[in-house]
Design a binder for this molecule. Structure first.
Ligand SMILES: Cc1cc2nc3c(=O)[nH]c(=O)nc-3n(C[C@H](O)[C@H](O)[C@H](O)COP(=O)(O)OP(=O)(O)OC[C@H]3O[C@@H](n4cnc5c(N)ncnc54)[C@H](O)[C@@H]3O)c2cc1C
Length: 438
């Protein structure tokens, strides 16, 4: 391996940028190609009152060590913000606080015995020593066994359906176990939840990586996605949307697997292409409201009411102070959904009009005049659907093409996608390239 090895990375999300940062820091020449107009990928942002705000709500758990280490490597620790958050649930026209074990015991929609059984889930999560043993169970089967029908139907089923829509019953117990493990690990004394954010938003951290990459001699190219890879005499050429071609000693693809299949379709055989299409993804529609008044005191509200069309209401300014956005209260209404569903295909105004009566029903004091501005963001590949025996569906990081590698959020299993794991995987792959293992 030569020290001036030239590495091209497709995708300027957290995986691609982390990899480019560590490779460039070690002296490699890196270039990142991104089809969107901005960096950040799923953690990308837009401007609200001069401040960068995530298109899709984002926070970290306090035990997200990989992201914290990246921030330290960048010398930006002073930007980490850790705050106590308030979590709640909306069920049968009522709000319930669910931030601590005591809140759980007071959760009146369930008979007392079912509340205790709900608490057993915490124990069951801790008792899992080998997640592989959960691989042949669905989340539904696993949760029914622990907390019974009532607890499952009231608490977990609406969340699973809200997150995975028609795929809900197929979701693996491993996915659910991991989610609960992570959330449980972000608790302080008396079980209170603490979450972390970054001064200036996730874009600010992504920008710090970009600044370092450029300082180290690398380059970032926006609005210029990859369309295909041509391979001749064991050498790869990346062809870009704008028609230019890039020769690279190594090529790393960090976008979603169906997008990778599209890029590789002319250079690999059909059997391999099909193997990249085995994992299904679900999309997300996020309505972001900028309000003159606050909706509630809760940061994270899980909606367990099947008649409410969004699974979560996240009042971001109950986490990051409203002053950051010049007094505007920021509220996200999130819905995960297959992209053939009507809500995914509505115009922004249609999404707002669709949501308004439901918001009024939930928050009777809310008035449309509170809305100062709104945005609707959509993402086709927002979450891989983690089914039973998912480990068998994950493609290898190497491909049939020499020196073409894959590093995507669908390969993070048994962990679920998240910027912490994008950073972990980006750094690990950079280290392996540097060590000549790829
Ligand atoms: C609703 C929602 C809420 C979330 N909340 C959190 C949270 O609270 N905390 C957290 O840590 N994570 C959260 N995540 C997950 C997190 O955003 C992702 O796990 C992470 O950003 C993935 O980074 P990535 O670089 O692997 O992929 P991506 O961010 O998807 O980056 C891939 C990039 O590749 C680009 N691309 C695609 N095709 C091409 C092409 N042909 N050529 C060039 N570029 C291409 C894309 O535009 C994109 O920028 C959330 C995600 C969603 C959808």
């Amino acid at each position: 391996m030569t020290s001036n090895q030239n590495i091209a990375i497709v995708g300027a999300g957290y995986t691609g940028l982390t990899m480019a940062y560590y490779l460039s820091k070690a002296g490699k020449t890196v270039s990142v190609y991104e089809k969107a107009a901005e960096i950040g990928g799923l953690a990308g942002t837009f401007t609200v009152e001069g401040e960068q705000l995530e298109k899709f709500y984002h926070h970290w758990f306090t035990n997200d060590a990989h992201i914290m280490n990246l921030i330290k490597d960048l010398g930006k620790e002073e930007n980490i913000l850790i705050r106590e958050t308030r979590t709640g649930m909306y069920y049968a026209k009522n709000f319930f606080r669910l931030s601590s074990p005591i809140d759980l015991l007071k959760f009146s929609p369930l008979p007392f015995f079912s509340r205790i059984r709900l608490g057993f889930v915490v124990l069951a999560v801790r008792m899992v020593k080998d997640w592989k043993k959960l691989e042949d169970k669905s989340a539904k089967e696993w949760l029914l066994g622990i907390c019974g029908k009532k607890g499952y139907e009231v608490v977990w089923e609406p969340l699973l359906t809200g997150k995975f829509g028609r795929f809900a019953d197929k979701v693996s117990a491993v996915w659910f176990w991991n989610k609960l493990k992570l959330r449980g690990g972000s608790r302080g004394e008396k079980g209170k939840e603490f979450l972390a954010y970054y001064k200036g938003g996730f874009a600010s951290l992504a920008q710090s990586m970009v600044d370092e990459i450029i300082k180290n001699g690398g380059s970032i190219h926006l609005n210029n996605g990859a369309t295909k890879i041509l391979t001749k005499d064991n050498k790869n050429t990346l062809v870009l949307e704008k028609g230019n071609e890039v020769n690279a000693d190594k090529l790393v693809l960090t976008c979603a697997l169906p997008q990778i299949a599209e890029i590789l379709k002319e250079s690999v055989n059909d059997e391999y292409l099909q193997s990249l299409k085995k994992i299904e993804y679900i999309g997300n529609t996020c309505l972001v409201l900028q309000l003159s008044k606050s909706l509630s005191e809760t940061y994270w509200l899980n909606v367990n009411d099947p008649n409410f069309p969004f699974v979560g209401i996240i009042e971001h300014t109950n986490f990051e102070p409203v002053e950051s956005y010049k007094g505007r209260h920021i509220v996200y209404l999130s819905k995960y959904l297959p992209t053939d569903e009507p809500l995914y295909n509505m115009t922004p105004k249609e999404v707002l009009d669709y949501a308004l009566p439901h918001i009024k029903r939930m928050f009777p004091k809310f008035d449309e005049s509170w809305i100062l501005d709104f945005h609707v963001w959509k993402e086709r590949y927002s979450q891989p659907v983690v089914v039973k025996h998912y480990s068998k569906l994950i493609p290898s990081q190497t491909t049939p093409l020499p020196d073409v590698l894959i590093n995507t959020m669908a390969q993070i299993y048994p962990e679920d996608r998240g910027t912490n794991y994008a950073v972990r995987e980006g750094k690990i792959m950079a280290e392996k390239i540097l060590a000549g293992q790829f």
